[in-house]
Design a protein around this ligand. Structure first.
Ligand code: DC
Length: 223
């Protein structure tokens, strides 16, 4: 039996707060499965849009999401969500249509409920894949999905800096509008989870943020 510690790291934060780059770097450094839950909400939204369902049509969305078959495809150190056996292409889930709709879809309790068990199931995926843990990023990971995770972080940055980063990535994304929707919804709103470590990344580069988060992770893993 493998007796080495297995660690769950939760990283929450707003759009373009630095979550993804940080999570990817930590995944590489500590051999953790990287799970980007925003991509799950994006993939569900893309499938709904393909089916001609509007982002605010709660009744139809509720009926559709209950019938989606979700599975995981691991590529490198990242977990991708397949819907009915298909990985939705990155260009589609990061495109303008999904950017504009995803916060509305993610605000629906039926959608969050449909993804809850799947997200928690990533722990089993990571264990089976021989990872030393998982690093999961999103909006409610430290509050709802894994509230007892030993390492929970909340990243934030000034709006102007976040807009600059997103523009640098070449993305067109109204991040302030999405954050407003994500923070004001009733179901699992974006907020710093109680007891999580809040990190302001405005004046810190990626290496500095990764170094900061690495300390407690290394301690928990005993490396
Ligand atoms: O991280 P992202 O910007 O790719 O996330 C896309 C959207 O998904 C975001 O506007 C809010 C939603 N989301 C969520 O509600 N809960 C999560 N755990 C992750 C993302």
């Amino acid at each position: 039996m493998d007796t080495r510690p297995f660690l769950i790291v939760a990283i929450d934060g707003g759009a373009a707060s630095g979550k993804s780059s940080t999570a990817r770097a930590l995944s590489a450094r500590f051999h953790l499965l990287h799970v980007d839950t925003g991509s799950f909400y994006r993939a569900v939204t893309a499938v709904l849009l393909r089916r001609g369902i509007g982002a605010t049509d709660a009744a139809r969305i509720e009926a559709e999401v209950a019938g989606l078959r979700l599975s995981t495809h691991i590529a490198g150190r990242s977990a991708g969500m397949e819907i009915n056996g298909e990985m939705i292409p990155d260009a589609e889930i990061r495109g303008a249509a999904v950017n504009g709709a995803v916060s509305h879809v993610a605000a629906l309790p039926a959608v969050r409920a449909a993804l809850l068990a799947y997200q928690r199931g990533q722990e089993g995926v990571a264990r089976a894949g021989g990872f030393r843990g998982l690093v999961m990023e999103g909006r409610d990971i430290g509050s709802v999905i894994f509230p007892s995770a030993p390492c929970r972080f909340f990243l934030h940055a000034d709006p102007a800096e976040r807009a600059r980063r997103r523009a640098q990535e070449g993305g067109q994304d109204a991040i302030a509008v999405r954050d407003q929707l994500d923070s004001s919804r009733k179901a699992a709103p974006l907020a710093c989870p109680e007891g999580a470590v809040a990190v302001d990344t405005t004046h810190h580069n990626l290496e500095e943020v990764v170094a900061l988060l690495s300390r407690p992770i290394a301690e928990h893993l005993g490396v």
